[in-house]
Design a protein around this ligand. Sequence first.
Ligand code: M6P
Ligand code: ZN
Length: 209
Amino acid sequence: MKKITVRENGSSTISENMRNHLNVIKPDVVFNLGDYRIEGKAVMERTRKLKDLRGVFQDKTAFGSEDPERVVYSVQSCRPVSEGKEGGLFFGTSAIMPGKIGDEYLMTKGHFHQKSDRAEFYWGVQGTGILILMDRKRNTWAEEVYPGSLHYIAGEIAHRLANTGAAKLIVGACWPSDAGHNYDEIAIHGFSARLVERNGKPELVASSE
Ligand code: M6P
Ligand code: ZN
């Protein structure tokens, strides 16, 4: 994981010393429209392998027969301020591999936000997938994700991405720097529906748990 180069007080962007009146400067970070990588300062990356996703997929036999080192997804994020700081924004991407465990598509862990009223935008960049959403009453629904699709995820809504296509799914994201991640509720109770392949198509089915 790359070291984040954010100042200690977390209140300044990296180019602060270039903010002179009438100065025109290069951006600190770019979103490369060729390979959809975020490049520049304050960028960090995390990879999630199958071994990091124990309990996420329903078919335990299929899960157990897979290589635990298999990469499922990676997340890049540009964090110009410290995590937890009120008023800032983070920009990120999730890149999810194609494939299934049993009949369930590869997907992210999914989370509510730690500050649970914080919202988030997702947008489809490459590939096709499904954004699975669940409210506090455990109603679960989903939105189709494809290049150009835009998804407003309100506060109090858990969110998880599944890759339903044959290529890598890349999705952009922007969320408040004080949102945080609450994985515990999903780890304990899961979502109330699972995205499985039925007759060659993705279908959201009520969870049997
Ligand atoms: C998006 C954002 C990130 C999140 C990532 C992976 O890029 O929502 O905050 O970390 O997806 O999702 P998860 O944390 O559920 O694995
Ligand atoms: Zn989120």
